[in-house]
Design a protein around this ligand. Structure first.
Ligand code: ADP
Ligand code: MG
Length: 792
């Protein structure tokens, strides 16, 4: 605003200068024109004066009639309006001829101009000061020329009185402007004719503009003056208007300024409200636990919240240069595209589906995605008009964990099913084993009797001994099956490893195909493990049978047994072992070998590559189970087409803690004590009776527990010990034991069962059973137990 005013003031000042300059110019050119014009008029007068003075000197005026002279003069000035009167005066100033003979004759000798003419020489022309006409009293001025005789003596003058009005009229015509004055002056400054009112009215002292021009050929100047105030009048008016305009503009500016301030304040409040609302939404967006993002329908990400950024591992700015397909798992790109299309086609407000994202670090993120289409209107800006745009809003939930849990649950379920299957198998096997054990009992029992009956060192005795050995293996196998189906129920005892491995190999030799060569290297004569001999046999047999199967076209089966001391824990292909002493059983073949994916699964129960009916897939599962139970590990090395090697490491125990192998021949004998024997299998009762009798006892056999109980109750004191089967219809072994115990607290009771379990063992102990033996019952075991319970 200050600028506005400064501008207005300088502008007015400048225009004032311009006005003054143009006035100066105008006055100056006006003065020139007037001087020129004045000169021309006066030249006319001068011409008349010269001619008249020529005539006056020439013609002898005195001689001539006064009337003729006057006529001449009148003729001279006829048609020259600027000359009012023409006179000829003599040296004394007396009028001798005039154009106005009727006017009173005045002597001009006192006039200043006459004196000047008198003083001058030659044909000088003199202009008088302003005069007042003697004749009519009107203002005028005179021009005079000197008349002299041939000797240069002053003779008189020709005087022309100039029509003052002529010049005034003429000047007034030019003097269009009010306040402009025109003055004709003599050289000495005396005004001759003036149209200047002020001069006349005495308003001098006010600033004026002026111009002065010399009238050519005359000693006169034309002065033009103009009142400055007048010259500046228009300028002043326009300046006032200008200032009024500027003032109005200033008011407008002030008004606008105030309005603008109000608007800005309003805008400020609005912005603050907007900002706080934006902050609130921002906080929701930033802290939402689910991923939230905005996506252009077929383009890039617009925004993504931190949760989504964490989910996919890209920062917000990185995402703005990516499209949905860039970070989607390649297999889900198509489905994502389809869902987006479906959404854009209309109809649906939102879609939900599961998809995978590819995390920046390469892993896959499973997500539950919900997409919604939102139409946002873009703010209209400069060029383009407001437009509506479809944006996709997505919420993304990471369900990777949920899926993993689900998977784990499914796996667990399948494991459960597997174990249920195994349990069913176990029950089934247990049932068979029970019956099978009874059959085995008969074989062992009669076998042992036959062995007793046969003479030593005969082939028959060897055969029967072999039968018994096989039956013994069968018993172990049955037991192994039961152990497998009810794991962890085995008895532990120190086992001398090498003889058992030796036995197993001997047994294998019988069924070894001719094309397979067997190499055995047994170098651990002292090694003992804590365990079960049957287990050890299982290990050797299973590994060797697999090896044989792997070599359908023949090859070499190699069994190596040695010991190994480890200073540090060692991890194996299957499991790991701590530092310590181990016996190592390595079974290798030159067979087909195994591919890596096969190798991964061979220890799974029921996994087999063999035809149904040929393989059960339980062999290696069993091996694995046993080795684990013993705290050992398995190392498998194999190469497709080159063969495999299974190396088992089993922790050993100090050999001196082991008991000497039982001496079958040295059985302790009884002293005729009466033994109550119960079994639902008649054959087993018969064998048992014979065996007891042979061992020096008095057997009392019963084929039913009920009958046995009747007999016992009838005469409790008749018996010295009880040997009872566990599984029987009606009263079971444990129940019978409890009942017997109720009648006789001290009588020794031996329970015989096809299989045992911790639960059964606990029940039996609680019922008062003194010892538990497993079927098939072996003579030496029975003899020792009876001897132990019935000391002499
Ligand atoms: P099964 O003998 O009843 O098939 P196993 O558990 O003993 O069950 O063996 C599982 C699978 O492991 C076999 O079917 C076979 O494919 C593979 N396998 C085991 N031992 C060998 C070996 N020495 N060479 C090649 N393959 C073997
Ligand atoms: Mg097998």
């Amino acid at each position: 605003m200050v600028l506005l005013w400064i501008g207005a003031v300088t502008e007015s000042f400048r225009s004032r200068q311009l006005v003054l300059q143009s006035n100066d110019r105008e006055l100056s050119s006006l003065a020139s024109a007037l001087a020129e014009q004045t000169a021309r008029s006066l030249q006319g007068v001068e011409f008349i004066l010269r001619r008249t003075s020529g005539w006056a000197l020439d013609a002898k005026i005195a001689q001539d009639s006064r009337a003729a002279a006057d006529r001449f003069l009148r003729e001279e000035i006829a048609g020259v309006p600027q000359v009012r009167q023409l006179d000829i005066v003599d040296a004394t100033g007396q009028r001798i001829a005039t154009t106005l003979p009727d006017s009173p004759a005045a002597n001009v000798s006192k006039r200043a101009y006459f004196k000047a003419v008198q003083r001058a020489s030659g044909n000088a022309l003199v202009v008088s000061e302003p005069l007042v006409s003697i004749i009519d009293g009107r203002p005028t001025f005179a021009m005079a020329t000197r008349l002299e005789d041939e000797h240069g003596r002053f003779k008189g003058a020709v005087v022309a009185l100039i029509e003052d009005g002529y010049f005034l009229d003429f000047y007034r015509q030019v003097d269009a402007d009010e306040g402009t004055g025109i003055t004709l002056r003599r050289e000495d400054g005396a005004p001759v004719v003036s149209s200047d009112n002020r001069q006349r009215s005495g308003q001098a002292g006010r600033p004026v503009l002026s111009a002065r021009k010399q009238v050519p050929e005359f000693q006169l100047t034309v002065d033009i003056t103009r009142d400055e105030a007048l010259a500046l009048h228009t300028w002043r008016v326009s300046t006032i208007y200008d200032f009024m305009g500027t003032g109005a503009l200033s008011l407008l500016v002030v008004g606008l300024g105030v309005a603008l301030m109000r608007r800005l304040q309003q805008l400020g409040r609005f912005t603050r409200r907007l900002q706080s609302s934006q902050r609130r939404w921002r906080a929701v967006f930033d802290n939402a636990p689910a991923g939230i993002m905005l996506l252009r329908p077929r383009g890039r990400y617009v925004a993504a919240n931190p949760a989504f950024q964490r989910m996919v591992g890209y920062s917000s700015t990185e995402l703005q240069n990516l499209t949905a397909t860039d970070i989607t798992h390649p297999e889900d790109v198509e489905i994502t595209r389809q869902h987006i299309e479906r959404l854009l086609q209309g109809g649906l407000q939102s879609v939900r589906f599961e998809k995978r994202y590819q995390h920046r670090d390469g892993y896959t993120v499973w997500t539950d995605v919900r997409l919604a289409r939102v139409t946002v209107s873009e703010q209209a800006s400069g060029k383009d008009p407001a437009r509506e745009e479809d944006v996709i809003v997505a919420t993304v939930e990471d369900v990777t964990q949920r899926r993993e849990d689900e998977q784990a649950r499914r796996q667990l379920e399948s494991q459960l099913r597997q174990s249920q299957k195994l349990e069913a198998l176990g029950t089934f096997a247990g049932g068979i084993a029970h019956d099978f054990n009874n059959i085995l009992g008969a074989i062992v029992g009669y076998g042992e009797l036959a062995l007793q009956a046969l003479a030593d060192e005969t082939p028959e005795q060897r055969y029967v001994a072999q039968v018994l050995k096989s039956a013994d293996r069968a018993r172990s196998l049955v037991e192994r099956i039961l152990t497998f189906s009810r794991s962890g129920l085995t008895t532990r005892q120190p086992v001398h490893v090498q003889p058992i491995v030796q036995d197993s190999i001997e047994m294998l030799k019988v069924r070894l195909p001719a094309c397979i060569r067997l190499e055995a290297e047994l170098n651990a004569p002292k090694a003992h493990i804590e365990g079960d001999p049957a287990h050890l046999d299982q290990l050797v047999t299973n590994l060797c049978v697999n090896a044989i199967h792997a070599m359908p076209g023949g090859g070499t089966l190699r069994v190596v047994l040695d010991t190994l001391d480890l200073d540090a824990a060692r991890s194996l292909s299957h499991g790991a072992v701590e530092a310590g002493h181990f016996v190592r059983l390595a079974v290798s073949d030159s067979g087909v070998g195994m591919a890596p994916d096969l190798l991964e699964r061979i220890f799974n129960p029921f996994f087999t590559t063999r035809k149904a009916g040929e393989g059960t897939g339980l062999g290696l599962a069993l091996v694995d189970g046993i080795v684990r139970e013993y705290g050992g590990g398995i190392d498998v090395s194999t190469m497709v087409g080159a063969g495999s090697q299974f190396e088992l490491l089993l922790p050993t125990i100090d050999s001196h803690t082991s008991q000497p192998r039982e001496d079958e021949k040295a059985c302790p004998y009884g002293e005729g004590q009466t033994i109550l024997l119960v079994d639902d299998e008649e054959a087993l009762v018969r064998i048992g009776e014979e065996r007891l009798a042979e061992l020096g006892y008095e057997p009392a056999g019963f084929v039913s527990s009920d009958a046995a109980w009747q007999a016992f109750r009838a005469d409790p004191q008749r018996f010295d010990a009880v040997v009872t089967d566990q599984t029987m219809p009606g009263i079971t072994g444990v129940e019978l034991a409890r009942m017997i115990r109720s009648l006789r607290a001290e009588i020794p009771i031996i329970l015989v069962s096809g299989f045992s379990s911790p639960a059964l063992e606990a029940q039996a102990r609680e019922a008062g059973v003194n010892a538990q033996l497993r079927k098939p019952l072996r003579r030496a075991e029975l003899a020792r137990t009876l001897k132990h319970l019935l000391p002499d």
